[in-house]
Design a protein. Structure first.
Length: 339
């Protein structure tokens, strides 16, 4: 251990001749029945993200144990790089012990993280990081464990992340894989009715939204939802006046409408529609459309559940918002009862 520390100090001193290293760090693995195992990390501009001869130290194929960066099936006890990337595996060779301790020495520069997949915990490595104690299952004794610890872990993206607005709505389009409609969320195509100057939303009965199709999502107001990736979604056959964000570049920018609140407003900006959003393009000249268009669900659950079907719904506007009166009850466009 003392010899390794001296060598590490000499190497750091030589690195300082190039420039101030971005990060310097030593991690030590210890357990009851074995000596300390050391991993040393240096991040500095002179190095590359590939093998740096004379710096990166590979543990021999016949040498068991150790604490190391696991990259390209090689084990590195000294890792010199120009950037400490994301999702970099840190492995170790377990011995007969089931309890181990990670400790942190000689740190300087920018902090980084180590994610423990087993405990679902993240260690932030800096100058004051405390010791980290962990255990392994007895069945893993005397094996190499290369899939538990990850430096700068970034969780894989498994779907499209969407935040619904205060009205519980969001425009959406998938630009890669198809998108699964999750529980608690409904998806609608939209058609413009010129005679009444309103947009009618028609619920999609399928379980997935094909890529390249614009839709309106509806769910809990202000909720953050994930639409898991899917493949093989059936094409939508219903009429739909919504376009995906990917169609923006080739679209005529006259009479373009985007969602805001519970209405579609005429778009007056110059920036492209954000990725994975949707927009509506109406026919006609630049002055042939209103500044905003109200939306109406073709079916609204709360209204449909009114027992007296003979009572006809009446639509009216109050304080700039559209409501539906049915009997003595008033509903908003989302079918929610207004008290």
């Amino acid at each position: 251990m003392k010899k390794l520390t001296i060598l590490f100090s000499i190497l750091i001193a030589s690195i300082s001749a190039f420039a101030a290293a971005t990060t310097v760090s030593q991690i030590t693995l210890s357990s009851a029945s074995q000596g300390d195992k050391v991993l040393q990390i240096v991040v500095d501009n002179p190095f590359s993200d590939a093998y740096d001869n004379g710096y990166d130290a590979v543990i021999g194929a016949n040498q068991p144990g150790g604490l190391y960066i696991y990259s390209g099936s090689e084990r590195y006890s000294f890792w010199a790089t120009n950037a400490l990337g994301n999702n970099l595996p840190m492995g170790f060779g377990a011995v007969g012990d089931t309890e181990y301790t990670l400790s942190f020495q000689y740190f300087s520069g920018e902090s980084y993280t180590i994610y423990d997949k087993k405990k679902n915990e993240t260690i932030t490595v800096n100058a004051s990081t405390p010791n980290y104690v962990f255990t392994i299952d007895g069945s893993l004794a005397n094996t190499a464990i290369n899939d538990r610890f990850v430096i700068n872990y970034v969780a894989p993206v498994t779907g499209y992340n969407v935040t619904l607005n205060g009205a519980g709505l969001a425009s959406f389009s998938a630009d890669g894989d198809d998108a699964t409609i999750p529980d608690g969320v409904e998806a609608y195509t939209a058609t413009y009715q010129a005679a009444t100057q309103e947009i009618v939303l028609n619920k999609i009965t399928a379980t997935a939204i094909p890529a390249g199709v614009g839709v309106i999502l509806y769910g809990t107001p202000d909720a953050a939802v994930t639409l898991p990736y899917a493949t093989g979604a059936d094409a939508l056959t219903a009429e739909n006046d919504l376009y995906p964000a990917t169609a923006w570049a080739g679209a005529d920018k006259n009479n373009v409408f985007v969602l805001s609140g519970n209405q579609m407003f005429k778009y007056v900006g110059t920036d492209p529609v954000p990725a994975n959003k949707a927009f509506m393009k109406l026919p006609g000249g630049a002055n042939n459309a209103p500044a905003r268009i109200s939306m109406r669900f073709n079916t609204t659950t709360a209204v449909e559940n009114v027992e007296t079907e003979a009572v006809q719904p009446v639509k009216f506007i109050e304080n700039g918002e559209i409501f539906i009166r049915r009997g003595n009850e008033v509903y908003n466009l989302q079918g929610q009862l207004v008290k």
